[in-house]
Design a protein around this ligand. Sequence first.
Ligand code: FAD
Length: 457
Amino acid sequence: MKRRRFLQNVALGLPAISCMPSLLLSCKKEELFDDSSFSGSVAIVGAGAAGMYAAYLLNGQNVKVKIYEASDNYGGRIRPLKNFSDFTIELGAEEIRGNNSLWYDLIASTNAEFVTAGLTDFYFVDSLLKPEGEMTGDGDFLHLREIVDNLANYSGADINAQIYGNIAGIAGRIEPIYNAWVGNDYGTSNARVGMAGIQESKNLWASGNNKYRLLHRDLFSIIEERFSSILGQIHLNTPIVSIDYSSSKIKLMSEGGEKFEADRVIVTVPLRILFDNVIDFIPNLPPLHLQSLSNIGMDKGIKIILRFSSRFWNDNTYRIYGSSLVPLFWAPGSGGKSSANDVLTAFVMGEKAEQLDSLGDTMITTILAELDQIFGNNVASSTLVGHHIMNWGDDPYIRGAYSYPKPGTGNARALLAEPISDKVFFAGEATHTGGHFGTVQGAMESALRAVSQVLKT
Ligand SMILES: Cc1cc2nc3c(=O)[nH]c(=O)nc-3n(C[C@H](O)[C@H](O)[C@H](O)COP(=O)(O)OP(=O)(O)OC[C@H]3O[C@@H](n4cnc5c(N)ncnc54)[C@H](O)[C@@H]3O)c2cc1C
């Protein structure tokens, strides 16, 4: 059976007919689902993409499953902002990264359409805003592109990307673009992301290089539609504060003191929640799990959504690369998503997110000043009509953007994904070992792996 078809079947809960080693580790289809004699109950902690997909798969196997979600809604880092402009804005995941994944296939199984319009990226370099086409005559830019295109072939020490940039001779005038393409894209800054992890993830990446956006829908509506059968099993407003796996029945307790029992638990909370010891594991997490939590990064990340009374950027603009605190802006309504196309999103991760965060609400003035510098004539500050700050580091149940490799991350994700005593299982983007960490497909694929592990017990 072709890979695409296999993925589609699994996504739709149909029996899988062959095994995808890259996706399911080393397994046979019989081992994954059909030969399962597991008849116990499963508690899932967290109702993001991983938790919802895990519940969906377990439902398909008639396993009793309940999801406990801390916040007042499901979706996790898939979160819509409605009624801000004439289209729904994505506060978290936005682009579908590649068309060769469970996630893409799940979307394709709805009637959702993708943006197909050809759009242009712009770069603010040497105090001038230049379209992509003009940059192709810039030697420093071409040199940077060659370096970034070859990150999969990196073979040096596990230094950070900033040091590597210096060694590789990336020109200072082009360095903000390097940070936007690499550090910021990995959810941090060049000074924090590790070269070995970048190299490995580029080699393991299997879902394709094109990026897609939905035309008239939002990602939340997709998971709501495709996972409708499990929505009734989600207990919202139920932050889990302890998981006692010391006896045969696992006992979970919520912040409000409610007690739940299950035979297995799949923990899908973001890395920071585990790192900050929000959940008291009894007995404690094993030393290798604890160590791996420190070896994987997850920084602050902010999306600032800005709406203007009139558009001052070209209608065909997609991304605008800045040169100061905001590495990257884009027009989320471009390509036909919005008739007004009056919104810009600022996407700021890592060190720059920390700097912006320290400004509090005055970060808006700073960002507008940057746009005024790029477009001139105070055009941004004089036409702003609304803003929304989504500071993921401040969300008490997320506490950051998404996981990234630090220098020295090594096999930390594999260690974190190890089940404990065949009772406690881990899923979520940070536990993905095949290069798709930090993405929705990574979260779903990790859920598939955790469910197969549960069913084998
Ligand atoms: C700004 C931003 C932009 C992104 N852009 C993209 C993109 O373009 N493309 C892409 O593919 N991915 C993107 N991502 C990453 C993607 O959103 C995530 O990788 C994915 O959604 C993570 O899913 P998850 O299930 O692992 O975790 P989550 O979605 O975080 O789900 C975990 C759930 O656990 C809950 N929880 C936490 N603590 C507890 C507790 N104690 N008890 C019970 N529940 C708890 C949380 O409330 C949350 O709902 C982006 C993320 C961010 C933040």
